[in-house]
Each structure stands twice: as structure tokens, then as C-alpha cells.
Design a protein. Structure first.
Length: 254
């Protein structure tokens, strides 16, 4: 996705990035109101700040845990990087990717498929699509695409199912990317990054993610799949799992 790969390293880039964020949100709101003719509940202003904050904390913590495991196993050295002056542009870049991808993949694809086919099938389809979106990134392999599908595709959909808002998923997505590239200076989905710190990986690609970066690491997959399973369990407890229409019809028929 073009919008997800814009790197705002200038004033013009910042302006374009902010316009993309506004345009994506405005287009989605217009689509829902004009074509679906309903309130845009998934982008409700009520509680938006708290949801974004909780998502940001979760995203930072999950990637931090991934790096902690890699550091404890001797697969990464973390050294000084460019300092805090390098943090601004990666933060905006992370927000551009998070807003555009969450609106399209979770807000449109997942939500619409879920309405007909139910939560579980929508989760599989949207996760596979999300993995495919990253298949053409620098350093991408079949393994990295499967990793993205399992960790991000599953986790972010699970967060949306649990909250039924897009804000927490956006916050988590943006914080994960920013912590990865802007803070630790690790490659984000195959794209090289310059951050506050610099991470030097060594060891088998299965653990480090190779050229694609730590997102293709089995450690990141295990961390995120575990978190995704927890969110899905919480969503199921709250009765937020949607059944396929044919199953609802069968139940109604009895």
C-alpha cells in the first residue's frame, strides 16, 4: 500500500502524510454514511483517546517484549542510535501506516466479510490478505508473509473484535511500528529505519527475522499470537463473536 510506505522526511512529506491520514478517515466516514447509511460507530469520538492510548501501550509493550526475548537469547545488541531527534518522522510514518491499513483491512475488509461469513472466516481472510500486502516488501519471503499474517493479521483483527472500535487497533499498530523503527532502529517490514537506538541482529533468521526484520521472527509471532488469542477469548466472553448468516438462519429455523 502506497500510503503505508510514505516516509515523511521533510516538511512537504509531513504535510502530505497528515493529508493522507485525514483523507483516509474522511473517505471512510463518507463511505459508511452515504452507502451503508449508518452511524460510524467504529470511529466514535467517545473514548477514542483512551482507546488510542491503550493500544499504544499494548503495541509498545508487545514489541518491547519481543526485543527483550531476543536480547536475553543473545540475538540482538542494542546500541546508541540517532537520538530523540530521529523520532518525529518515524512516528508520523507509523501513524500513516496504521490509519490507512486499519481502515482498509479491519474497517472495510474484515468488517464486511464478518457480517456475512462470521468472525472466524473473516479473521482468516483478512489475515491472509494482510500477509499478502507485505509480500512485496524489501526482504520479504514466504516465511515473513506468514509471520505477518499470524501476528499482525490475527492480533489486530482480534483487537477490533474485542473493542468494536478501530482506535485501539490503530494505536497498537502505530506504536508497534514506531517502537520497532523509531525507538529501536530495527527494520520495519523490510524497510530500514533510523531510530533513537540502533539494533544489531545476529543469529538464525528464524529468530531474528533476517532481512525483513524482527517482525518475521518466531519470537514476534509467538508474542502476538498469544496476545491475539487473549483478545479473542475476551471478545468471546463478552459475546462479540459473530456467527455466519447461514448458521443464524439455521438457529432461527429451529
Amino acid at each position: 500500500m502506497l500510503a503505508a510506505h510514505i516516509e515523511p522526511h521533510s516538511a512537504a512529506g509531513v504535510a502530505i502524510g497528515l493529508l493522507i491520514i485525514v483523507a483516509v478517515l474522511a473517505t471512510y466516514i463518507a463511505y459508511v454514511r452515504l452507502l451503508e447509511r449508518r452511524e460510524v460507530k467504529e470511529l466514535s469520538k467517545r473514548g477514542a483517546s483512551l482507546e488510542l492510548l491503550l493500544g499504544a501501550v499494548a503495541g509498545s509493550a508487545l514489541f518491547g517484549l519481543t526485543m527483550l526475548v531476543l536480547w536475553l537469547t543473545g540475538n540482538v545488541d542494542i546500541v546508541a542510535g540517532a537520538g530523540w531527534r530521529a523520532a518525529g518522522y518515524p512516528l508520523l510514518g507509523a501513524l500513516i501506516a496504521a490509519v490507512s491499513e486499519e481502515v482498509i483491512v479491519r474497517g472495510i475488509l474484515f468488517r464486511i466479510v464478518e457480517e456475512s461469513l462470521g468472525t472466524w472466516i473473516a479473521l482468516v481472510i483478512s489475515a491472509a490478505f494482510f500477509g499478502a500486502l507485505h509480500a512485496f516488501n524489501p526482504g520479504a519471503t514466504l516465511v515473513s508473509s506468514i509471520a505477518i499474517m499470524l501476528e499482525a493479521g490475527l492480533l489486530l483483527a482480534a483487537v477490533f473484535v474485542y473493542t468494536r472500535w478501530l482506535w485501539m487497533a490503530i494505536g497498537l499498530h502505530a506504536a508497534w511500528n514506531f517502537t520497532e523503527g523509531g525507538l529501536f532502529g530495527a527494520g520495519v517490514s523490510g524497510t530500514k529505519a533510523q531510530g533513537v537506538l540502533a539494533s544489531q541482529f545476529h543469529g538464525p533468521d528464524l529468530l531474528t527475522g533476517g532481512a525483513f526484520g524482527p517482525e518475521a521472527s518466531v519470537v514476534a509471532v509467538l508474542v502476538c499470537v498469544t496476545a491475539g488469542a487473549i483478545f479473542l477469548a475476551l471478545a468471546r466472553r463478552k459475546g462479540r463473536i459473530i456467527q455466519p448468516r447461514w448458521r443464524c438462519a439455521q438457529v432461527a429455523g429451529h
